[in-house]
Design a protein around this ligand. Structure first.
Ligand SMILES: Cc1cc2nc3c(=O)[nH]c(=O)nc-3n(C[C@H](O)[C@H](O)[C@H](O)COP(=O)(O)O)c2cc1C
Length: 451
């Protein structure tokens, strides 16, 4: 009789499977069709609801079709360079309850990923496949079949990041016989008696709690620290089209730094886009501390900086404990908090902290998405109706409120309103207009004590 003890190679196999991680940077090479077909054959060893195997997999290995698929998908550039895309589809009409048909396709997809991994290839599962209508036309997919995602398989580029996204501690995500889960992993939702699944979509989520003051610092840290890995830390990732070159104009607010080894802190940068630009601007010898709520986020940003060509010798990651920065009083020359106050459960507590760590001649550079702008209205009527984004909950703040907070603690040296044109070029306005553009930015110095 076979007993579990017979599977003495199980730990080795499981350890090998656990080394799989998603790749978004492929060498544009072909994989033989026989191999691709074998991967699909492995995948369908997965169980399926009622054994109906209502799945269908369209394998795209033709260059032109991959390019068209990438254009339809929009946000997944790796579609063009992977060796093949396996579209995950199912036939509609059977085993719908509790998404049984979807669960079945998911099982097969993961089995294919493991097969590809054991065969020495990399892969990535993508739900972001774009407009179904265009995709149907491209693949000749009948209306009775639903595309759910696409599995991209290929050979990783030599330079592709080889970092595995962190996993939640297993103790956090299981419980015995009853539901139990740590508080920092239970995220706030708008109070309601029920949360009907079909009333919630990415674009329309009536229960999403965007106001970070309804979240704890630990909840924000937890949320952002995992979802930053929604992408690989490749150069250029998380550069938003809407932001255009506004980052450069935000960083223009930074005043001259003292000669010698200045201490600069970048606060809660999430994906590291502005950190990259900031690091590349700093004078030689300056030390940059990246202060983040979650160590997972820090590991992403540090890897990202390396891939952006930022020399890391003078860059360190530090973990914030809520609003607290791990620095001595009056020890920092510049604090940059770009588009982060609006993500904080208690922005004023953070401003007190920035004031504490800055040297008397130090500077705080802040920018916020401005509620008192056209963007603020668009956010309220559009964006905020959807789900909380991967960067975590945020609520644009009125420029005047931020100015008042700053004026209580700092001397405001410069203010700017930053707007972005349709072509992505950002422009700066001063005076009254600084309070009504998409971003409100300011540079301040600690006010003398006793103020
Ligand atoms: C259902 C599903 C959909 C996903 N969709 C996308 C996607 O559209 N684009 C993308 O870049 N990654 C996508 N991913 C990849 C995840 O971001 C990735 O699996 C996760 O960050 C964990 O990293 P790992 O696969 O390296 O362990 C998806 C993963 C799953 C399971």
């Amino acid at each position: 009789m076979t007993t579990p003890a017979d599977f003495s190679d199980a730990p080795e196999i499981l350890a090998r499977l656990a080394t799989r991680f998603s790749c978004r940077d492929f060498e544009p090479v072909a994989i033989a069709r026989d191999t691709l077909a074998a991967i699909v054959a492995d995948g369908v060893q997965a169980p399926s609801s009622c054994n109906q195997q209502q799945w269908h997999f369209v394998i795209v290995d033709d260059k032109a079709t991959k390019l068209a698929a990438r254009d339809i998908a929009g946000g997944n550039p790796h579609f063009a360079e992977c060796s093949a895309l396996i579209y995950l589809c199912f036939q509609k009409g059977w085993t719908h309850n509790n998404f049984s048909v979807v669960q079945s396709v998911a099982g097969a997809c993961y089995h294919m990923m493991l097969s590809a991994h054991l065969r020495g290839y990399s892969s990535i599962w993508n739900a972001g496949i774009g407009d179904h209508k265009r995709l149907r036309a491209l693949l000749g997919l009948p209306e009775t079949f639903e595309p759910q995602g696409a599995l991209a398989i290929g050979a990783p580029r030599e330079t592709a990041p080889r970092v595995k996204a962190p996993r939640r501690p297993v103790s956090e995500i299981h419980s015995w016989n009853r539901f139990e889960r740590p508080a920092h992993t239970l995220y706030p939702a708008k109070p309601a008696p029920f949360y009907p699944f079909f009333d919630i979509s990415n674009e329309n989520n009536p229960f999403a709690e965007w106001d970070p003051t309804c979240w704890t610092w630990d909840q924000v840290a937890d949320f952002r620290g995992y979802s930053v890995w929604a992408k690989s830390p490749l150069a250029g990732v998380y550069v938003s089209r809407r932001q255009g070159d506004a980052t450069e104009r935000e960083l223009d607010m930074l005043g001259p730094l003292p000669s010698g080894p200045a201490n600069v802190v970048d606060v809660m940068p999430w994906g590291g886009t502005a950190t990259t630009r900031l690091a590349l601007r700093l004078p030689a010898g300056a030390r940059l501390s990246v202060a983040e709520l979650s160590p997972h986020n820090l590991s992403f940003v540090m890897e990202r900086l390396a891939r952006e060509g930022v020399p890391l010798a003078n860059v360190a990651g530090v973990t914030m404990d809520g609003p607290r920065l791990p620095f001595d009083d009056a020890s920092v020359d510049a604090v940059a908090a770009l588009q982060t106050l609006e993500h904080m459960p208690d922005p004023e507590a953070f401003l007190d902290e920035a004031r504490r760590v800055l040297r008397p001649d130090g500077q705080l550079v802040v920018s916020v998405r401005n509620r008192s702008s056209d963007y603020g209205d668009e956010w309220s009527h559009g964006e905020a109706r959807g789900q909380v984004p991967n960067q975590g909950p945020f609520t644009p703040l009125p420029a005047q409120r931020v100015r008042d907070w700053l004026a209580k603690r700092f001397t405001i040296e410069a203010e700017a309103g930053i707007a972005v044109d349709g072509d992505g070029s950002a422009y700066v306005e001063t005076g009254e207009a600084s309070h009504s553009r998409r971003l409100y930015a300011a540079r301040c110095r600690p006010a003398p004590t006793g103020r």
